[in-house]
Write a protein of this length. Structure first.
Ligand SMILES: Nc1nc2c(ncn2[C@@H]2O[C@H](COP(=O)(O)OP(=O)(O)O)[C@@H](O)[C@H]2O)c(=O)[nH]1
Ligand SMILES: [Mg+2]
Length: 435
């Protein structure tokens, strides 16, 4: 299940009942809002937040005369959308940058919340145009230092470590090192505990006092639901954090944290983690998130992901191939890779308006994609360029080489054939995408 799928489905259901009705009574509005409130609570939204939310929308709807209007249900959806956006912080909140480098980000949170992974993701993202240093201040387990090194390698950024010595000392040395070696950004990975405790907080406070970070980023595991909001509140009281990063929003979290945390802590969500890979990070755009919740998709994020996954050059080449119909299995393989880079088929489809929330798990077999890849990789370049030459004996060889069956190979070749036909039709204008 994807993020907010349930909430999205429920809210859509409420509004589909109202659709095509001209004018609404106050009672109908209140009944609909009651259902929205239940949906929010089921998504694990803090109950006070949910209550205020409903009150705001209801008051606004009654205060204007949209109930009498022709498209009142559309107007109410618009109100809900605006209220959702406001709830999540109105607009994108960017990371602060110091006047004089290096900019220092201190990353904190409970153990297992995803701090180390997030340090790597941020490092990779920011290192596109900045020189980034990762600092290992989680010294209590040697494995934690090693993990940051692995993450640093994946992100291709340098990792500063001094083994298991004092975290405050390590951090200050790291900042000196960063100054001497003209790093732009220093990201400090800190230790967490399974539960908030005073020792942890004291250590973080000492660290804060010493390195004076430009941002204290609190990493919060969204799977904790309501608890994540409590954790955030406590960290914020003690450390006065500057921003929140929600992780694991790819899992079957109900998403409530994303909707409550800003309202409860007053601190903006800056980024979200949507998977275990270094690329699985998104800036948090409240308006786009609201759009996803209401099943309106998120085309902008989709486009950005596509831009990250394929270069402009590649995109141009692909467009040309599609035009001249010289698209072959080699290109098909490239496309599968791009889809993977973009976070997989499911996350992509959920960002398309009208599609989100309508896809069933069984329709999207990501393993099938891996199988397809294996089959194409077992073909010779000549076969990939001209699949027509793949007759029976070649099919057997390919099946064997890819650990699949001849039926699997047949299926792939048929699919590819169908896709080409589809492309021809799209080109001749006889086929329109459903959205
Ligand atoms: N599905 C998913 N897993 C994540 C995400 N972020 C981190 N993880 C996983 O959560 C676990 C704990 O992460 P880690 O970075 O070690 O947490 P730390 O103890 O706070 O440093 C690891 O297995 C990560 O792969 C995310 O956004 N999505
Ligand atoms: Mg860690």
């Amino acid at each position: 299940m994807s993020l907010f799928e349930n909430l999205s489905q429920k809210i859509n259901h409420v509004f589909s009942k109202l659709r095509n009705k001209s004018g609404l009574t106050e009672l109908e509005l209140k009944e609909a809002m009651r259902e929205v409130r239940l949906a929010l609570l089921e998504a694990d939204v803090n109950y006070i937040v949910a209550k205020d939310f409903i009150k705001n929308v209801t008051d606004k709807a009654i205060g204007t005369d949209i109930l009498k209007g022709l498209d009142s249900s559309q107007q109410i959806i618009k109100l809900v959308n605006e209220e959702l956006i406001e709830l999540m912080g109105s607009k994108l909140s960017k990371l602060a940058i110091a006047d004089r480098p290096p900019t220092i980000y201190m990353v904190c949170g409970l153990q297992g919340s995803g701090k180390t992974t997030m340090c790597g993701k941020l490092a990779k993202l920011l290192s596109k145009d900045k020189k980034v240093l990762l600092v290992a201040c989680d010294i209590y387990r040697p494995a934690a230092i090693k993990q940051l090194q692995v993450v640093g390698e994946k992100a291709k950024v340098e990792v500063f470590e001094m083994g298991q010595s004092n975290p405050v000392k390590i951090a200050s040395e790291a900042v000196h090192y960063a100054k001497d070696n003209s790093f732009d950004i220093v990201i400090v990975d800190t230790a967490g505990r399974l539960h908030i405790d005073e020792t942890l907080m004291e250590e973080l406070k000492a660290l804060k006092k010493n390195i004076i970070p430009d941002e204290i980023l609190l990493v919060v595991d969204s799977m904790l639901g309501q608890d994540s909001v409590n954790v955030a509140q406590k960290f914020n009281e003690d450390l006065n954090v500057t921003g929140i990063i929600l992780t694991k929003l790819d899992g079957d979290t109900r998403g409530g944290a994303a909707l409550s945390i800003k309202e409860v802590t007053g601190k903006p969500i800056k980024y979200i983690g949507v998977g275990e890979r270094m690329e699985d990070i998104e800036p948090f755009h409240p308006d786009r998130m609201a759009s996803r919740i209401l099943g309106m998709g998120d085309v902008l994020t989709l486009i950005e992901k596509a831009q990250d996954a394929i270069s402009e050059e590649e995109a141009r080449k692909l467009a040309k191939k599609l035009k001249t119909q010289s698209f072959d299995l080699e290109d098909y393989l490239d496309q599968l890779e791009s889809i993977k880079k973009m976070g997989g088929m499911r996350s992509m489809l959920n960002m398309i308006p009208g599609v989100s929330g309508k896809i069933k798990e069984e329709d999207l077999d990501e393993k099938a994609m891996e199988k397809t890849k294996a089959i194409i990789l077992s073909m010779t370049p000549a076969e990939r360029r001209d699949p027509d030459i793949i007759k029976s004996s070649r099919r057997k060889r390919i099946a064997k080489g890819s650990g699949t069956t001849v039926q699997d190979v047949n299926k792939l070749l048929n699919q590819f054939e169908q896709m080409k036909t589809l492309m021809k039709r799209m080109k001749s204008g006889r086929f329109k995408l459903p959205f």
